[in-house]
Write a protein that binds this ligand. Structure first.
Ligand code: PRX
Length: 653
């Protein structure tokens, strides 16, 4: 970790407002006081064997009990060794034996206003038929399947069907470009892709199948494509390769036994950005992941049988995996899925969905909250939001003003807010209030969940004193931790386990206050968080330099009112190329083509050269200051050429 990375850790405002759990909420909560939380947490750490054993016995259905709880050959963990279970069975079949059989499992709303409800029996039938459809085109246990779909029930059905037959899924967010899809698919070497003709977003069609066609020119492993008809526009279907979902499913039986999987069999890969190189396929396995998702959903959202629960993420991200599909369904909860944009046809859409389905628990991202604040209180005020009893946020630090607005305007002052910190790699929530126990503080993720032992350390791995910023690490393995990076064990060791010996390195900075509350300070590596989406500055830089006119590029995040961070690019051009507004537009489009609209630069600045250290390293810290309009703090003595900085400040183009 360089000094420059250390410099990325800033201290947050002193925040002393505190909100104890409302009494009415507390009375019904599963954990009702801080004393109870502390006792349970301490036990879960001191005797983690008993804790995880009891949870796994209580919360999951097993085909065969495990023999060893944990084999920990750092950094490789195996949990519930020798056990067998099926994640889809746990999310679907087991509820059919109870009164939940006809309970709503998925309540779905499409962007154009269409809606569907699938009960657990409906879900079972559709998942079984689709599992058989996958088998009919030759998908077998262990084969990866790429899923690139809009937010429709069939996305959850596809995920669960893969889990049912033991084929690890790799869901790629529908907002990624064909290039990004090809990269991910080539890495996973999937032979089947599941998609739709399109999906709705802000009244327009996202041409998913066209993107797949383009992707497949670069991704030869795919032999079969299944296409769900959602938007109905003209698309091309290649005979022998492309199959309509409805045609393939029509002939299938609704009987498909769930494959008993080993605890450590891969459940899915999910690609995420790291600080260097190409996206990494984070590998999650069956038992540990499912236990983490099930347990955290139950306690952190204080789930009750009658709740209607809505997580507004996309299943293309880990939040959607754990808290739209696996966590809620495994608990037998009713999970809401919404297809489109939060502000379509107007800024009242979310509040309309809440009123329409009487949503009780809402889990969303700070960037969405900030966008709603901008559109004005008149939108939520038009709707009856009294069904809400609990609110959650995830994905980035929430600024105290946004927290207060969420609390007052959306929660009517009566709903606890759980600010949940976790990562694709952690599989499930790690640091969060328990809503019936923890007094919340705006902007603070508070305390670790059961069985989780975070620490804040310095560069040498020594715990820092209370109040000081440092690197957030995990001292103990936990069941839903990532097991590897797909096909790149070295990178797995290097990224997560070599910074602080024997401990998991999160890439985030944090500080702990006198109450033992954890304050997340943001990334300490070259990952930026744009609207809650994780992007590597290197990825955007590679996209820029792959354009013929670009010689060098440096990308940094700068603070942004709604997005949290916005992408700022500093670009030097090849000899003879001239900066122009047209070239800016072209470069911006080029980045979108390479990665997807989520990576669209906020700002591109042309410059003659980039500030570097004598050893040739780009000084990102300086660029971040320039991008944010700040005077540079700290050491600039190694800057190769002082005039570069002056030029950048002048906005020299
Ligand atoms: O920097 C942290 C930030 O999001 C990163 C993880 O991103 P991703 O793997 O895409 O997962 C996002 C959803 C789990 C973290 O390293 N982050 C996530 N939640 C919070 C957060 N930062 C502050 N507060 C949070 N509640």
């Amino acid at each position: 970790m360089s000094d420059e990375q250390q410099g990325g850790i800033t201290t947050v405002l002193k925040e002393d407002r505190s909100f104890p759990p409302p009494q009415e909420f507390q009375t019904r909560a599963s954990v009702k006081s801080m004393e109870e939380y502390e006792q349970l947490w301490q036990k879960s750490i001191d005797d983690s064997e008993t804790f995880w054993t009891e949870q796994a016995e209580t919360l999951l259905d097993w085909d065969q009990r495990w023999e060893t709880l944990l084999e920990w050959n750092a950094p490789f963990a195996k949990w519930f060794v020798g056990g067998k279970l099926n994640a889809c069975h746990n999310c679907v079949d087991r509820h059919l034996l109870t009164w939940r059989k006809n309970k709503a499992a998925i309540v779905w709303e499409g962007e154009p206003g269409d809606s569907r409800v699938l009960t657990f029996s409906d879900l079972h039938r559709e998942v079984c038929k689709f599992s058989n459809a996958l088998k009919s085109i030759g998908v077998t246990k262990g084969q990866r399947v790429t899923i690139y779909m809009p937010m429709i029930p069939e996305l959850a059905i596809a995920v669960l069907a893969c889990a049912r037959i033991g084929a690890p899924h790799s869901v790629v967010f529908g907002g990624f470009s064909s290039e990004a899809l090809a990269d991910r698919n080539n890495d996973a070497e999937a032979s089947v892709m599941i998609t739709a003709d399109g999906g709705w977003r802000r009244g327009k069609i996202i041409p998913l199948k066209d993107n797949v066609d383009e992707c497949l020119t670069k991704s030869p492993t795919v032999k079969n494509v299944i296409v769900y008809k959602r938007t109905g526009q003209e698309i091309s279907m290649e005979s022998g390769r492309d199959h309509w979902w409805h045609e393939l499913v029509e002939e299938q039986s609704a009987d498909c036994p769930a494959e008993p999987m080993d605890s450590e069999d891969p459940l899915f890969l999910l690609y995420t950005s790291g600080s260097t190189g190409k996206p990494k396929g984070i590998l999650h396995t069956t038992a540990g992941y499912l236990l983490g998702a099930t347990l955290t959903t139950r306690y952190i959202f204080d789930l009750k049988e009658e709740d209607t629960y809505w997580c507004t993420a996309d299943v293309g991200w880990i939040t959607g995996h754990s808290y739209i599909v696996y966590g809620p369904l495994s608990n037998g909860a009713t999970t809401v899925m919404y297809e489109g944009a939060p502000n379509w046809p107007d800024a009242g859409r979310f509040w309309d969905v809440i009123e329409k389905y009487r949503v009780n628990i809402l889990y969303t991202a700070p960037t969405a909250i900030r966008a709603f604040i901008k559109s004005g209180d008149q939108w939520p005020k038009k709707h009856d939001l009294t069904s809400l009893r609990l609110l959650g946020t995830v994905g980035e630090p929430i600024n105290p003003e946004a927290w207060m607005w969420y609390h007052e305007v959306i929660g009517g002052g009566r709903c606890p807010i759980v600010d949940t910190w976790w990562q694709t790699e952690t599989g499930s929530i790690m640091i969060s209030p328990l809503p019936g126990a923890t007094p919340t503080v705006p902007g603070c993720a508070t305390r670790p969940f059961f069985g989780i032992q975070p620490q804040i350390v310095d560069k040498e791995g020594k715990e820092v004193t209370q109040g000081r910023g440092g690197f957030l690490v995990m001292a103990k393995p936990w069941p839903s931790m990532l097991r590897n990076i797909w096909g790149d064990e070295e990178r797995f060791k290097q990224t997560y386990w070599s910074q602080v010996a024997g401990k998991y390195f999160t890439g985030d900075g944090a500080r702990r206050d006198e109450k033992g509350y954890f304050w997340i300070l943001g990334r300490v590596d070259d990952v930026i968080n744009v609207s809650g989406h994780r992007l590597s500055t290197m990825e955007v830089e590679s996209a820029l330099v792959s354009h013929d006119d670009v010689a060098e590029a440096a990308v940094v995040g700068r603070p942004h009112e709604v997005k949290g961070e916005a992408i700022t690019c500093f670009v030097t051009l090849e000899e003879g190329k001239q900066p122009s507004p047209e070239l800016k537009t072209e470069l911006s489009k080029h980045v979108v083509d390479q990665i997807g609209a989520l990576a669209r630069p906020e700002e591109i600045r042309f410059t003659d050269s980039l500030p570097k250290t004598r050893s040739g390293k780009i000084m990102r810290r300086l660029l971040r200051d320039v991008a944010a309009g700040r005077e540079s703090q700290g050491d600039t003595s190694t800057l190769e050429d002082f005039t570069v900085l002056a030029q950048l400040r002048d906005g020299d183009e």
